[in-house]
Design a binder for this molecule. Sequence first.
Ligand code: ADP
Length: 413
Amino acid sequence: MKKIKSSRMKVLVLNSGSSSVKYQLFNGSNKKSLVQGKISNIGTDEAEIWLKRDKGNAVKFTKSILNHELAIRQILDSLLNKKTGFIKDVSEIFAVGHRVVHGGEFFSQPTIITDEVLARIEECSQLAPLHNPAQIKGIQACQKLLQGVPEVAVFDTAFHQTIHRETYLYGIPYAYYEKYKIRRYGFHGTSHYYVARQASKLDGRPIQKLKIITCHLGNGSSLAAVKHGKCIDTSMGFTPLEGLIMGTRSGDIDCSAVFYLMRQENLTIDQADSILNKESGLKGLSNNSNDMLKIIEHSKKGDEQSQVAFDAFCYRIKKYVGAYTAAMNGLDVLVFTAGIGENSPPVRAKVCDELDFLGIKLSNLVNNQTIGVEKMISKDESPVKVWVIPTNEELVIAEQTLNVIYSDVKQEG
Ligand code: ADP
C-alpha cells in the first residue's frame, strides 16, 4: 500500500440501489462531507441527477443513464468538474466505502473487498435479492472505473452479529438454520450503531455503561436493543419484513394468516410476498398512503383508517420498547432517528405516552419544537433520557472505510 498524503485522502461513499445510486464525498482527514448526491431512475433516458455541495444550493437535472457503471461515471465526472468539482484527478480518491445490505453470517466487520469477499456478497444475494445485486453492480463499476483504489464493504447486518443464538434463532426445525441459514439478521445496523454511539457522546456517559433502545423509523423501520455498546436484539429478522409496521411492510404477522390468505385469494408466493412488502403497513392499513406526514394530516381531518394506521404504528413500537427494556433489565436512553423518528413529534409523543412506569417522561414542549436536529426531548428529571438524533450512515461508512484501510496499512507495515 502506498504512503498516504492527507491532500489525497478523499473517501467516496456509495449506496447503490436497484435503480439509484446515492453518494457522498468526504474529506478523509477531518471527516467533513464535501458533496452529496443521488442519481435515480437509472436505466432510463430521464435519470434524475441531484447533488448538493457543502456550501451551495442543490442542483438538479435529467440525463440518459442506462446502467450503474454510467451512473458512477457521471458521479466521477461531476467530482472532477473543473469549476465545481472537488478533485483534480481520480487518484485523490483514497478509498471507496460501499453500503452492502446483507453480509449474512460471513461479515461482522467492515471488510476490504477482494474477489473472495465479492463472492460471499454474491452468496448473500439470495438473502437480499432486492439489495445485494445492485450493490455488487456498484462495486464492479468502481473496480473498472477506479482501478487500484481500495474498496470496503460496510454491512447493514454487521452491527447485529453480536446477537446471541437464543435470540436470533426462530422456533423452527434447527436443520433449516443449518441448511438455509434461516435466522434473525437485522438491518439498519449502521444507523443503529451511529445513533447509539452519538447518544452516549451527547449524554456524556460511556456506551459500555448504557442500556439504549434505538428507534430507526423511516419507510423501513426497526428497533435495536444496545446493551453496553453491543446489539442484543433487533426487530427486523431474516428479511426487513419482520417487526414494526412500516410504510408498506406488514411487520410481525402470524404466518398462518398468510397461508390462509393465499388459499382464500388463490395467491402465488410472489403475489403474497408483494402484498406483505409493498401493499401493507401504513399504506395497507390506511387504505391511502405510506407517508407518515399524510397519515397524520388525514387523521387530523377525521379519517378513521389513517388514525388506526397511526395508532397501530406507534403501538407496535411501544410494545418493542417494553420488550427490549425487559431484555436489557432496564433502560437508560431511548433514541428516535430517520425520517419519522427525526421529524414527527406526534409519533414520538404517542410512543412515549404512558411509559412513565419505565422512567420515560417526555417534555411535550421540547418534543414539539424538535424537528430534524439533535436534541434531548425528555424532561430533566426523566430517569430515561429520550433523544432525537439525525442518523448519518454515510459518515459511519466513511469512518469505517478509513479504519479498515489504516489497520491494513499497519498490518502490512
Ligand atoms: P427511507 O430512508 O427508509 O426511505 P426515510 O428515513 O427518509 O425513509 O423516512 C421516510 C418517512 O419519513 C416517510 O414516511 C415520511 O412521511 C416521513 N417523514 C418525513 N418528514 C416527516 C414529518 N415532518 N412528519 C412525519 N413524517 C415525516
